[in-house]
Design a protein around this ligand. Structure first.
Ligand code: ARG
Ligand code: ZN
Length: 870
């Protein structure tokens, strides 16, 4: 790819093609937890076009035991290995490089490369983990075919899995056995995987639309295998959906998935052998919430769908990361929307965008969806690359329409199958299929920051002239002071005085399709003439463009529009806007509050509305979303205003909340059906509002005591803990004891303790850190305790005395030496520190500065530097 410049950054502009091709790799593992030996045979072919460069391979902290070229051992002066790279000068023709190295899985706390999790041995190679296993041109544009032999003691490692198709097994005598795997598809090293250990499986066979018989397996340790059935069903649904919606089939004889308790990220799409964080596989009604089930389905789909958007067509270099991640998030979101409620999925995504991605785009770590430089690629697995990247694909879909979009995808897959592609090639395929010039659209990839649309209306009653003036603006971000106008598809609808949509298109301002205008310039004016009444405009239906809207509605207009608007997403959004206006003082607080309250009354009275949608309308914008919408964040007052608004609304509707809570009880017992999940969502929303008004928390206590599904138990426990109910401690104790053996459920109560909305919760976090529950080497546990505290507990993390920041900084220091990616993630929770009011801003800076000189990993050092840069 390219080497870092003197400033420590790798630059997109420095890309050069590989000097050596590697058509074939053979690996042989002698697996054991303390020490594993890896023999590698690389077929090397120099690329004459690259001018005979010396052979340089990546290999980090490998113990090199033997090295040979074409079967002849290399003398010590024929190669150099410095612990990072292997150089073999003087090679100028095709040859086979054979190396033997020793690595130490049990000592690997980074969980990158080959590592141990419980009794399993597993790998994680994306982005640059393979170089910790063996020597390789560890870059995504080098795509060999692979043959992998695994050898191990049969009692410790009865199951031996690798990428591709199984070729056979053999007994080696002396308690040893081996398995051979072959991956016939050209595959970069970041998609390499093996898994070994006492795994059991759930399995299913199906025939693909192309007529291939495929075995689907989900593997887990014996105690967990009973909770894999739901994930197996999700694999099948994803496979069928990709056949139907994108015409993409599966291309191996087996699809294996392994669940691991120790895993840094969510999951990994290794070719034919996905490895998952157990939290995105294991589920049953007693231990997983409804939200867990939906997340499992969507992550399983995400990884499965990568088989085309990521594996068959991979990346030329890591700057293209969103080419696979944004596209695959778009695809998994469409999958979930097709299978369940499209509007609810949109609401879920927009909450994540507004609460987290917009904050990232406005903070110290803002970066383009295709960055032009990085110091550490692991720091770019961000909401911007993933979620904003998916939004950009959605913008493209909106611009060209579904038919042309599908044609563009077909063309992209056809033109790039087996290749390492770039975003330009993705756009070229869509440009060819749609006939549209996408050059301005491409700015979405290079320009960081969330665009803002300021819309002002003018109505002249005498002439009937009505204009909407739309100005676009993207604020500066680190390293990008000036922004250019983006191509933004803006959806709109006008509602007349009679409540009916105005169907006349604007006379000027060119709407490209009914209700859609493509903004290309800093200012557009849409003009209608002859309107007999002032209409009410609504914008950005289904959140078709990932932008912020600055509108000057009055509270009454918003409330009226919330009733008229046909788009369900927007009906929700207009209520969010009312709430935000009431909370931030941009609307008259009293009229906004009573308008919101009236709207919620109607929703709660409407038994025909989807209860889950009603629940979403009850859930006001969260702290992060509100904090992102203000210039200076006054933490306590923001939280207090939000609390008092919820309290006022709850008081307004006690009877309604009670009625819905009880009326939905029967439906809520109907297992995992959509109707039952919806019923539980609204019941739990009602429960939270009712509990805040009842010091005895009687309803929550009863729901907790009734046991039942995890969705209900956990929601009740949250109410008891977060509203300081009299029974909270006893409830926590019984929950803790009931699930002490289950790390995933343990993470749930730890998350509740860490997010109790009170400055004192810091002490509970400290107590857990000193308890046997703390496991610094388990990323899920770290996220449950420290991640939830930093990201989900405004009053605890942002304590006025800085105690929350200091706690986090101290933990980051320790974690950095164990698992740099986990430490760097936590450091990211300081991304918006500059917008905090005093005393928090000073305290956050002090906590960050205390880390200077102490951090060892490039990951954390890169983030700290960016956080403190002016
Ligand atoms: N490609 C994985 C996914 O499906 C994530 C891998 C993350 N790896 C990392 N080093 N951050 O999104
Ligand atoms: Zn992904």
């Amino acid at each position: 790819m390219s080497v870092p410049r003197d400033d420590g950054f790798v630059y997109l502009a420095d890309y050069t093609a590989p000097a050596w091709r590697i058509p074939q790799v053979e690996l042989q593992f002698e697996l054991a937890a303390e020490a594993t030996e890896v023999v590698s045979r690389l077929q090397l072919v120099p690329d004459p076009a690259q001018g005979g460069e010396a052979l340089v391979l990546d290999g980090v902290d490998l113990e090199l035991l033997a090295i040979a070229v074409d079967g002849v051992a290399l003398a010590a002066d024929r190669y150099r290995y410095d612990g990072r790279q292997l150089q073999v000068p003087g090679l100028d023709r095709a040859c086979v490089l054979e190396t033997r190295v020793r690595i130490r899985p049990a000592a690997n706390t980074r969980l990158e490369g080959l590592y141990r999790s419980g009794r399993l041995l597993l790998t994680q190679c994306e982005a640059e983990g393979f170089r910790r296993i063996s020597f390789m041109a560890d870059r995504p544009d080098v795509m060999p075919r692979w043959r992998i032999v695994l050898r191990a003691a049969r009692t410790d490692y009865p199951v031996l899995l690798a990428n591709g198709n199984p070729l056979g097994t053999a007994d080696l005598g002396g308690g040893q056995h081996e398995a051979t795997w072959e991956n016939p598809h050209p595959t970069p090293a970041y998609l390499f995987a093996i898994a070994a250990g006492p795994l059991e499986r759930v399995t299913q066979t199906l025939d693909t639309a192309e007529g291939r018989r495929v075995e689907l397996n989900i593997w887990a340790e014996a105690a967990d295998v009973a909770r894999c059935a739901y994930a197996l069903g999700a694999v099948e649904r994803a496979l069928r959906w990709d056949e139907r919606r994108f015409g993409r089939g599966y291309d191996l004889d087996v699809f294996n998935v392994v669940a691991a308790q120790d895993f840094t990220m969510g999951a990994m799409e290794n070719k034919g052998l996905n490895i998952f964080n157990a939290r995105y596989i294991l589920a049953d009604e007693a231990t997983a919430t409804d939200a867990d089930f939906l997340a499992i389905e969507s992550v399983v789909a995400h990884e499965y769908l990568h088989n085309w958007s990521g594996n068959r067509v991979t990346l030329r270099d890591w700057f293209q990361l969103s080419l696979k991640e944004g596209l695959t998030v778009f695809r998994d979101t469409e999958f979930s929307s097709d299978l369940h409620s499209r509007a609810l999925k949109r609401i879920e995504v927009v909450r994540l965008l507004r609460g987290r991605q917009f904050a990232e785009d406005a903070g110290a770590l803002a970066h383009a969806v295709r960055p032009d430089r990085y110091r550490e690629i692991s720091n770019f697995y961000t909401l911007t690359i993933y979620e904003k990247g998916a939004e950009i694909v959605r913008v493209l879909h909106t611009l060209v329409g579904d038919t042309a979009f599908r044609a563009g995808m077909d063309r992209y897959f056809a033109d790039n199958d087996g290749r390492a592609a770039t975003l330009e090639e993705f756009l070229a395929a869509h440009q060819a299929a749609s006939g549209r010039d996408l050059s301005q659209f491409a700015r979405w990839y290079s320009q960081a920051g969330t665009p803002e649309l300021r819309i002002r209306e003018h109505y002249d009653a005498a002439s009937g002239d009505y204009t909407l003036t739309v100005d676009q603006h993207t604020p500066p971000t680190p390293g990008q002071a000036q922004k250019q106008p983006l191509l933004i598809p803006l959806r709109f609808a006008l509602y007349g005085a009679d409540g009916a949509p105005v169907t006349t298109p604007p006379d000027t301002g060119a709407a490209q399709a009914p209700g859609l205008v493509e903004l290309t310039r800093a200012r557009h004016v849409l003009r209608w003439t002859g309107l007999t009444d002032r209409p009410l405009p609504a914008f950005n239906q289904a959140f078709a463009a990932p932008v912020k809207l600055d509108l000057d509605y009055a509270a009454d207009d918003l409330a009226r529009l919330a009733r008229l608007e046909r788009d369900p997403f927007n009906r929700w959004d207009l209520l969010q806007r009312l709430a935000t206006g009431a909370l931030l003082g941009t609307l008259d607080a009293e009229s906004a509050t009573s308008a919101l309250s009236d709207a919620l009354a109607d929703l709660l009275d409407d038994d025909a509305a989807d209860p889950a949608f009603v629940a979403e309308c009850l859930a006001l914008p969260d702290f992060d979303t509100l904090a992102e919408a203000v210039d200076v964040v006054e933490v306590e007052s923001l939280v207090a205003r939000r609390e008092s608004l919820v309290e006022r609304l709850a008081e307004d509707h006690v009877e309604r909340l009670e009625r819905r809570y009880h009326a939905l009880a029967a439906t809520a017992r109907q297992g995992l059906s959509g109707a039952a999940m919806s019923a539980r969502a609204l019941r739990n929303a009602c429960l939270a509002w009712l509990t805040r008004l009842d010091p005895q928390a009687a309803l929550a206590q009863a729901q907790f005591a009734a046991g039942g599904m995890m969705t209900e138990r956990l929601a009740a426990l949250r109410c008891l803990l977060h509203f300081d109910a009299p029974d909270a401690a006893a409830a926590l104790q019984s929950f803790r004891d009931a699930f002490a053996h289950d790390p995933l459920v343990t993470d749930k109560w730890i998350g509740l303790v860490a997010t109790r909305p009170h400055p004192d919760s810091r002490d509970a976090v400290l107590a857990l850190l000193a308890s046997p529950w703390w496991k610094a080497t388990n990323p899920n546990r770290v996220r449950a305790l420290l991640g939830s505290f930093a990201r989900g507990n405004a009053l605890g993390f942002h304590r006025r005395d800085g105690g929350g920041y200091r706690l986090l900084a101290e933990q980051i220091l320790g974690l950095d030496a164990l698992n740099p990616q986990v430490a760097a993630r936590l450091l990211g929770s300081f991304e918006s520190w500059r917008r905090l009011a005093q005393p928090q801003r000073g305290a956050a800076r002090a906590a960050l500065e205390s880390l200077q000189g102490g951090l060892v990993s490039p990951d954390s050092r890169d983030l700290l530097q960016r956080l403190l840069e002016d």
